[in-house]
Ligand binder design. Structure first.
Ligand code: ATP
Ligand code: MG
Length: 435
């Protein structure tokens, strides 16, 4: 069904809803320049998938038989990026069109340079590099899911389907191309992508695509923490955090992304409620086009294990603020081994936590001053979520709601926090030359 030699199903213009009207001018420009130079060029990936579903693509990817160097030469506004997977970014103002050269099979003899092969695989089957180029048919089967492997040509206006992607689109199925286990071993991030697309599109994951995930989920541990941070943003900040989160738990993926959280959630239904409430609130804000920050979701995800550790540190004699600081440091540090969360997000996350303690005080001076803190709003929202998820804070949320009503004129400080300010560059001391 998904062999490279399968003939394409070709759907003519009047058989599908993809229209040039809905395609970004920049993507059309890229495709027409490539074709005018004798190259093949297709719209592919999320854009074709989302247009076929009647949605609005968030970006446009183009596939071509031109090499990255050839593409780069054609567009002054472009640069070649990536090492593991070289592609070209063509920039038009704020929009970036991602141009990918057709990928091919890896068993060719062309890789004469053994020290720098175009493709490289680890012992476990993970693709460390994938820069072997090929034909359109080969490219189709190197893509991740059938619904992501549909091509649209702006030359003949046809949609090309080599992998029965249209059938899966119709049946609302996420189906990996080829052997699921092999494809996950090549790139374990595909397991996260399966879940992400299922959540976003409200599709089911085909049985054979879903089945190997729990057993292979541990392979995520081999993915660089920086790549997992990028993926985490796509998982939680795209407006579908709640369904995504549920699928991550269902397929035992969460425990390899947020291990301390996952084990705490298994024992603590109230913690699940809190995290889910934070996800739902972020999704609602995305839907309303309000600003969102990963710091809030991270604060919710790590709060349950932080609270547990804080408790045991307090049992050992630490004061609450100290215990919190130590629990926060220790869990953040541990988390960074898995996901490289930049300081600009861990800093506000910790501020939200610290505020949970400070807001407990209802008397004394300085209460009104809290209202002007730039993290007050997030901390207050977080406090409400804790109450919503069943924690009894003895009316603390109401107290702070009324406090704000009583002081409507307090201005919020919007400058960067101490931790977020760029650190002064330390002068590098010149090393003395040995005499
Ligand atoms: P989105 O709507 O999130 O942009 P997308 O499907 O366009 O979804 P991208 O990450 O932009 O996803 O990737 C573009 C296309 O590249 C995918 O549709 C898929 O065909 C291919 N692709 C991306 N990542 C992988 C991967 N890890 N393995 C195989 N193919 C991939
Ligand atoms: Mg895309």
């Amino acid at each position: 069904m998904t062999s490279a030699t399968q003939a394409a199903t070709r759907i003519p213009r009047d058989g599908h809803p993809v229209s040039r009207k809905h395609i970004s001018e920049s993507a059309l420009k890229v495709m027409s320049r490539l074709s005018s130079q004798g190259f093949e060029a297709y719209l592919v990936g999320g854009a074709v998938r989302d247009l076929l579903l009647g949605g609005h693509p968030k970006d446009f990817d183009v596939a071509t038989d031109a090499t990255p160097e050839e593409v780069h030469e054609l567009f002054r506004n472009s640069r070649i990026i990536g090492r593991r997977f070289r592609i070209v970014h063509v920039r038009f103002g704020r929009e970036i069109i991602e141009v990918t050269t057709f990928r091919g099979h890896h068993d060719s003899d062309e890789q004469e340079d053994k020290r720098r092969p175009a493709a490289k695989q680890s012992d476990s089957g993970m693709l460390l590099r994938d820069n072997v180029f090929g034909s359109l048919e080969e490219d189709a089967v190197r893509r991740d899911f059938t619904v992501n492997a549909l091509y649209y040509s702006s030359k003949d206006f046809c949609v090309y389907d080599y992998v029965d992607g249209l059938r899966d689109l119709e049946h609302r199925q996420i189906r990996i191309i080829g052997d699921a286990e092999k494809r996950y071993r090549e790139d374990p991030v595909r397991m996260l992508r399966a879940v992400r697309f299922a959540a976003k599109l409200d599709f089911d994951i085909a049985e054979s695509t879903a089945e190997p995930i729990p057993e292979l989920s541990h392979m995520l541990e081999a993915i660089p923490a920086a790549r997992l941070f990028d993926e985490m943003l796509k998982l939680f900040m795209a407006g579908y955090a709640l369904p995504t989160f549920r699928l991550l738990r269902k397929y035992q993926l969460l425990e390899h992304l947020f291990p301390a959280t996952a084990s705490e959630l298994d024992m603590n239904p109230r913690a699940v409620k809190l995290v889910e409430a934070a996800m739902a609130s972020t999704d609602a804000r995305v839907a309303e086009d309000k600003p969102v920050t990963p710091a809030f979701i991270l604060a919710a995800l790590l709060w349950p294990p932080v609270v547990e550790l804080k408790k045991s540190l307090e049992d050992n004699g630490l004061a609450p603020m100290e215990a919190l600081a130590e629990a926060a440091s220790s869990l953040t540090q541990e988390q960074l081994h898995h996901i490289a969360i930049p300081r600009r997000f861990t800093a506000p996350m910790r501020e939200i936590w610290e505020f949970q303690l400070r807001l407990q005080k209802r008397k004394g001076r300085g209460l009104v001053k809290h209202l002007s803190h730039r993290r007050f709003r997030a901390a207050y929202d977080f406090l409400l979520l804790r109450e919503q998820s069943g924690e009894d804070l003895e009316g603390l949320g109401k107290f702070w709601t009324e406090m704000q009503e009583k002081h409507p004129d307090v201005e919020v400080d919007t400058g960067p926090s101490e931790e977020e300010k760029p650190r002064p560059r330390r002068r590098r001391r010149r090393r003395k030359r040995p005499q």
